[in-house]
Design a protein around this ligand. Structure first.
Ligand code: GDP
Ligand code: IMO
Ligand code: MG
Length: 423
């Protein structure tokens, strides 16, 4: 069998958690392959809302096995808080969640370094989630990291060396901090981590495929936040693209099956960095209010704008997307007209390829389409779609060259419309 991958095509928060949950019944295993607690994946069903950060979104449906892959960076303390809250609400995961021994740990001093680096950047700050993601991945790549498997062997010496190194950097940055309580809680959380199956996930995953079982890989963040292809340096520190699934789970490119590319019917971004179609007017405010566009982890207001097909095409190309999933269609229900950016004007020239620098020198070229002015939130079949909405979908499919197979019309699991019957 193959690994199907679901990943964000914009700047994150596309609705990945909701759709992974919806698709879970089709799979045997759900696995996260990159990112860490910078993610906030929201799921809603039976009147309950859950926000997952490090734990895959496949934990709620049908007792499936969930795996945190080697490409993830894990903060044991945040993980403990997340897993304990789930256990309290009746979802004990100790038997259904395995963690790769090769996943890297986020140390308390990584969080402090994240804050210190941001402070040092001043106005040029990235606007990170403050979870220590960048410093943890930096240590991984510079071969200084500590991995989950290390908690089983000679951990204290490795921890002391890493901490001392971080302390000397923080000293050089003249950054004041106190992690006494955080560190005590973090070290205690390591014991909790040990109660989970710590595995060689690449072995387990490849055996699973050989046994004819199916895997859904859950991306975090989005393609425009990818360390290589996103709007660098305003990006996260991992490969959020499809290739990140190969390195983050240990599967060969030949094992990749469907690539689900998920996007909002408009566009949002949290934190700093270029956003060509950002709206600073009442329309942007309306999208923000109707779409409830506030970060699920940080609560930060998300910047809002029209859909950007130049960026989307780029994301589709990088990922080899085979199916599109459009989220939050209902948020545009009230608009008379809807805009879609089809090109950028740069120095008087129209450009349709995503440029090296998507800075303030470009202005979006829009196509305007009629709105559908219909409440879509209670619809359950594509037969109910208003004519204008169908026209919008057809326009997107023609522009993007990939079919939109799922349309989401609200945050609840039930508010999901599968367009063409699958086999
Ligand atoms: P993720 O990080 O990609 O999983 O997305 P987030 O959970 O951070 O953000 C998506 C937000 O939109 C969450 O608050 C979801 O509950 C909500 N949401 C998801 N799909 C829809 C939808 O179709 N319509 C509306 N109105 N909200 C949605
Ligand atoms: P999900 O999985 C939206 C953004 C941050 C910041 C940049 C770098 O919920 O879609 P980091 O803490 O990773 O070093 O921050 O990336 N960012 C996200 N934005 N959704 C996310 O995750 C994000 N994870 C990181 O706001 O601009
Ligand atoms: Mg999110």
């Amino acid at each position: 069998m193959k690994v199907d991958v679901l990943l964000g095509l914009q700047w994150g928060d596309e609705g990945k958690g909701k759709i992974v949950d919806v698709l879970t019944p089709r799979y045997d295993v759900i696995a996260r392959f990159q990112g860490g607690p910078n993610a906030g994946h929201t799921l809603e069903f039976n009147g309950q809302k859950y926000i997952l950060r490090s734990i895959p979104s496949g934990i709620f449906q049908g007792g499936k096995m969930n795996i945190i892959g080697n490409g993830v960076v894990l903060d044991p303390l945040l993980f403990k808080q997340e897993a304990e809250a789930l256990a309290k609400s009746g979802h004990d995961l100790t038997q259904r969640l395995s963690i790769s021994k090769k996943a890297h740990l986020i140390l308390p001093t990584h969080r402090v370094l994240d804050a210190a680096y941001e402070a040092a950047k001043g106005d040029g700050k990235i606007g990170t989630t403050g979870k220590g993601i960048g410093p943890a991945y930096t240590d991984k790549v510079s071969r200084n990291g500590i991995r989950v498997g290390d908690v089983l062997n000679n951990f204290d010496a490795k921890y002391a060396a890493a901490k001392a190194r971080h302390e000397s950097i923080l000293k050089s940055l003249n950054y004041a901090y106190d992690i006494t309580q955080l560190e005590a809680d973090w070290l205690e959380a390591l014991e909790y981590l040990k109660t989970f199956n710590l595995i060689d996930s690449e072995q387990v995953i490849n055996h699973t495929l050989k046994e004819g079982k199916s895997i859904l890989a859950e991306g975090a963040q989005g393609t425009m936040l990818d360390i290589d292809f996103g709007s660098y340096p305003f990006v996260t520190s991992s490969n959020t693209v499809c290739a990140g699934c190969c390195t983050g789970l240990g599967v060969s490119p030949r094992s990749i099956g469907e690539v689900y590319g998920i996007f909002k019917a408009y566009c949002t971004r949290v934190g700093s960095g270029p956003f060509p179609t950002e709206l600073f007017d009442e329309t942007g405010e309306t999208i923000c209010r109707v779409g409830n566009e506030f970060g699920s982890v940080t609560g930060r207001k998300r910047r809002c704008g029209w859909i950007d097909l130049v960026a989307l095409k780029y994301s589709i190309m990088i990922n080899g997307v085979t199916q599109l999933i459009m989220m939050k269609s209902d948020v545009l229900d009230g608009f008379d007209t809807i805009k879609a950016c089809v090109a950028y004007e740069i120095n008087g020239k129209e450009v349709t390829e995503f440029p090296y620098e998507a800075d303030d020198s470009l202005s979006p070229v829009y196509v305007e389409l009629p709105g559908w002015k219909t409440d879509m939130t209670k619809m359950s079949s594509e037969d109910e779609f208003p004519e204008e909405f169908n026209a919008y979908l057809t326009f997107l499919e023609e522009e993007l060259g990939v079919p939109v197979k799922i349309v989401s019309v609200g945050p609840d699991r039930e508010q999901t419309i599968i367009r063409y019957t699958e086999d």
